[in-house]
Ligand binder design. Structure first.
Ligand SMILES: C[S@@+](CC[C@H](N)C(=O)[O-])C[C@H]1O[C@@H](n2cnc3c(N)ncnc32)[C@H](O)[C@@H]1O
Length: 213
């Protein structure tokens, strides 16, 4: 029997109208803190993969140029609505697969992935693509939950994985193996509060590190 792929869940299209009501405020305030802390410089080109309904969008400074991509048109329609409503000329959205980005190498200064590495079917492939389109020395910024290293908590979240996978995300991704598999050069890894389930990773895209021989 084939494994259920997280992104195949209809959650992100059928329940797009509910997404902002359920997650909007919490995700927005978390992402505002993260994006502000990056101090994105004027003219920077930013890609956000799996941008969904654009919960992060209000946080981007208008002096940078942001492209949000997502696979779910219903989520993007909401993001596009916010762009029009707010007159955000520095933001645009496109329907695209984060595992097969249609951008040339080195197109962006920042690549963001917020609450998405546990949703795509192949997180390592997603980071490979992020590295390819990010310029050498650019930043790859991830916000996500990872399986706890505390044995009991880790065990409990891992046994929930088959259930959450049906809903659209996995709970069996551990931080250290993820960093090793992606070979992300992590400059900062932190939590916004002591009890937060979410980790913020700021990686520096290594000079030609992803280009192979
Ligand atoms: C949990 S939501 C996060 C949305 C947004 N980043 C946020 O923080 O509110 C995950 C998003 O990833 C998108 N997604 C899943 N697989 C994808 C893929 N292969 N390529 C692009 N987006 C994908 C889903 O459609 C959904 O909008």
């Amino acid at each position: 029997m084939s494994e259920i792929e997280a992104h195949e869940s209809k959650l992100y299209s059928d329940f797009a109208p509910l997404y902002d009501k359920v997650f909007g405020k919490i995700f927005s305030s978390r992402l505002r803190q993260v994006i502000r802390s990056l101090d994105i410089p004027r003219g920077a080109k930013v890609l956000e993969v799996g941008a969904g309904t654009g919960t992060s969008f209000p946080a981007y400074p208008p002096h940078c140029e942001v492209t949000g991509i997502d696979l779910a048109p219903d989520m993007l329609a909401r993001a596009q609505g916010k762009i029009l409503e707010n007159g955000w000329t520095h933001l645009k959205v496109l329907e695209m697969d984060a595992l097969q980005l249609k951008f040339p190498d080195d197109s962006f200064d920042y690549v963001m992935a917020f609450h998405v590495v546990t949703v795509v079917p192949d997180p390592v492939r997603m980071i490979e693509e992020a590295k390819r389109v990010c310029r050498p020395g650019g930043k790859i910024v991830i916000v996500n939950h990872f399986t706890s290293d505390f044995p009991l908590l880790g065990f409990l979240t891992e046994i929930l994985d088959p259930v959450t996978r049906r809903l659209g995300w996995r709970t069996n991704l551990r931080l250290r193996p993820f960093i090793e598999a992606t070979e992300l050069k992590v400059e900062k890894a932190y939590k916004l509060s002591k009890l937060s389930l979410y980790t913020v990773l700021v990686g520096c895209n290594q000079q030609n590190g992803h280009r192979g021989a």
